[in-house]
Write a new protein. Structure first.
Length: 117
């Protein structure tokens, strides 16, 4: 398992995740929350960033799916451009599919059809 971390402009993550959910059905089991950066105005201007409010999305994904997802995100939403956002995966060595099922039941209620924020 890997944790896909997606940091984008506010409200952009929902568009990206909806696009990915067409081919990867477990994208409905993610968490998106509002992040607020702490960079000063000078740093924001230097980096050509307008806002500090960002969407931060966390989704558990299969190891084999992550490279495909990252490529699709880059191809369709061009996150490699400065200021667009970032997407990356973090390998989770200590989670099993059984743990994932428990998490779904405990925190998501087993409902695979809606986002939890």
């Amino acid at each position: 398992m890997q944790l896909l971390i997606l940091i984008t402009e506010h409200n952009q993550s929902k568009i990206i995740l909806n696009e990915l959910s067409k081919d990867f059905n477990y994208f409905t089991n993610g968490f998106t929350f509002l992040g607020k950066g702490t960079a000063s105005r000078e740093i924001l201007e230097t980096l050509s960033l307008a806002k500090t409010e960002k969407d931060v999305s966390l989704i558990l994904v299969k190891d084999s799916d992550l490279p495909i997802m990252l490529k699709r995100i880059d191809d369709k939403f061009n996150l490699t451009q400065k200021g667009k956002g970032i997407a990356f995966g973090v390998k989770l060595n200590s989670i099993s599919s059984k743990t994932l099922e428990i998490l779904k039941k405990e925190y998501i209620g087993g409902n695979n059809n809606e986002w939890r924020s």
